[in-house]
Design a protein around this ligand. Structure first.
Ligand code: ZN
Length: 237
């Protein structure tokens, strides 16, 4: 099977940008051993509504806390999440709310790690191509005359980069917090042993800012002529 990285289309027709955040989030957790926080930028579950959860106030504010405090909050939160999820520091939950500016593609990446879609595009993918995505409404104020209905696509983490992406060797994970340093390599390849079937879209577990699509998804988007995202093939090793 062939896989593709999602990248934003360039140009004035695709200038859309969001300023906002998900309603709740896990804090960053500063590790006493590696003195950093294992970042989960991009990990977000807008379908997880914590509004009825008595502890939700503890996740209302983005901040840095000691690692033990992050781990305590993650333990408390885990039973509220109805699926497997890494729940990394910074992971977001609940609706995204904020301000929208600019012009929007049918599919659009206002940040490399956040995929949104116009409702019409989501419905065509579902009805004409049989591609079911996990979508959530967004709470947006538009700063433009043309208001579009944008949905956030919930993209779960699966799969990892192959070690061969790191020619001088990959850093060992921190024994205390599991953080594996190293910036995103320029040339990506996926570790075939870590991929699971049946996911048309996923984000990498080890680089949660990277969103990957299957060939089935890419072909459907092209057949429907949906614009706003470009696809770059990523080999599987
Ligand atoms: Zn650490």
């Amino acid at each position: 099977m062939t896989f593709f990285e999602l990248l934003p289309a360039e140009g004035p027709r695709f200038s859309g940008f969001l300023d906002g955040s998900h309603r709740w989030g896990l804090p960053g957790g500063l590790c006493p051993v590696c003195e950093a926080s294992r970042g989960g930028l991009g990990e977000a579950y807008p379908s997880v509504d914590l509004s009825g959860w008595s502890q939700r106030k503890e996740l209302a504010e983005a901040r840095q806390v000691p690692l033990e405090e992050y781990e305590r909050l993650r333990r408390m939160l885990r039973p509220q999440i109805p699926f497997d999820a890494p729940l990394l520091p910074g992971a977001g939950f609940g609706l995204f709310s904020g301000t929208a500016t600019g012009k929007w593609g049918a599919l659009h990446l206002p940040y490399p790690w956040l995929l949104v879609m116009q409702r019409d595009a989501m419905e065509r993918l579902r009805d004409e191509e049989g591609i079911e995505l996990r979508t959530s409404k967004m709470d947006l104020r538009f700063r433009a005359k043309a208001v579009v209905e944008l949905l956030e696509i919930e993209v779960h983490p699966h799969g990892r980069l192959h070690d061969s992406c790191f020619p001088s060797g990959r850093e060992q994970p921190c024994e205390r917090c599991g953080r594996q340093g190293g910036s995103l390599p320029k040339a990506l390849s996926l570790d075939g042993r870590t991929l699971i079937a049946g996911q048309d879209l996923f984000r990498l577990e080890d680089y949660t800012t990277v969103i990957i699509a299957t060939e089935r998804f890419v072909e459907a988007v092209k057949r429907l002529g949906l614009e706003g995202v470009v696809f770059k093939e990523v080999p599987v090793v």
